[in-house]
Ligand binder design. Structure first.
Ligand SMILES: [Zn+2]
Length: 215
């Protein structure tokens, strides 16, 4: 890119132009299905979300502004918020990215997008984060309602001392919810129950496990 942009414009463009699969590939995560408008993944902000039946982070592939939303901890944001979560495994400290957290997420985004960190970034960042763009403001109001994160009491399955119990924690990742990929018996069971849509099954964490006896 030969043209010069103001820092925030530049960052907004970078956020819009960087694809979700570029970010996921950088962290060696499964890539989204190109035929789908949404991608589901393990929550990157709170490990306890994985233990909830709603523990899915939804990534909207066609909406760079409202890019991500966790159904359990309700953290939402854009690609920078996702990168922050992937790096720190925690939500933005103030409910939304600002200050140093914002800057380091931008640096990481530039690295992923193959752009060198510009000098302009450090000189203009302070001013611009005090006067956020309208886009940044609307994200701020959405995160004002972010609830505090509940404390974990139970030992999460994935940290359980028994191997078999730990295996259960990742069982949902193997769930098949597309009848075309199931055994004939499983597909027939679902065809008789048309209300069990793939979306509902993912939400509830039910589905067919490819024949390894764990179901
Ligand atoms: Zn979450």
């Amino acid at each position: 890119m030969a043209r010069k942009f103001g820092y925030m414009n530049d960052v907004d463009q970078l956020i819009e132009q960087t694809r979700v699969d570029q970010v996921l590939a950088h962290y060696a995560l499964p890539l989204p299905d190109r035929n789908s408008g949404e991608h589901r993944m393990k929550c990157v902000f709170n490990e306890s979300c994985s233990d909830s039946q709603y523990g899915n982070l939804t990534v909207r592939l066609d909406d760079p502004i409202n890019r991500i939303y966790c159904h359990t901890c309700q953290v939402r944001g854009n690609l920078l918020t996702l990168i922050h979560g992937l790096e720190k495994h925690s939500p933005p400290a103030g409910g939304r990215l600002r200050g140093d957290e914002f800057k380091s997420a931008v640096t990481k985004l530039r690295e992923i997008a193959g752009q060198p960190d510009s000098k302009a970034a450090s000189t203009h960042a302070r001013n611009d984060s005090v006067n956020p763009t309208p886009q940044a403001r609307s994200q701020g109001s959405a995160s004002d309602s972010t609830p505090s994160i509940p404390k974990l009491i139970n030992v999460p399955l994935r940290r359980h001392e028994k191997e078999a119990a730990r295996a259960l924690a990742t069982l949902h990742e193997e769930l098949v919810t597309d009848t075309a990929q199931m055994s004939p018996e499983a597909a027939q069971y679902l065809r008789k129950r048309p209300w069990m849509t793939p979306e509902l099954m993912q939400k509830w964490g039910v589905g067919w496990i490819p024949g390894n006896g764990r179901s």
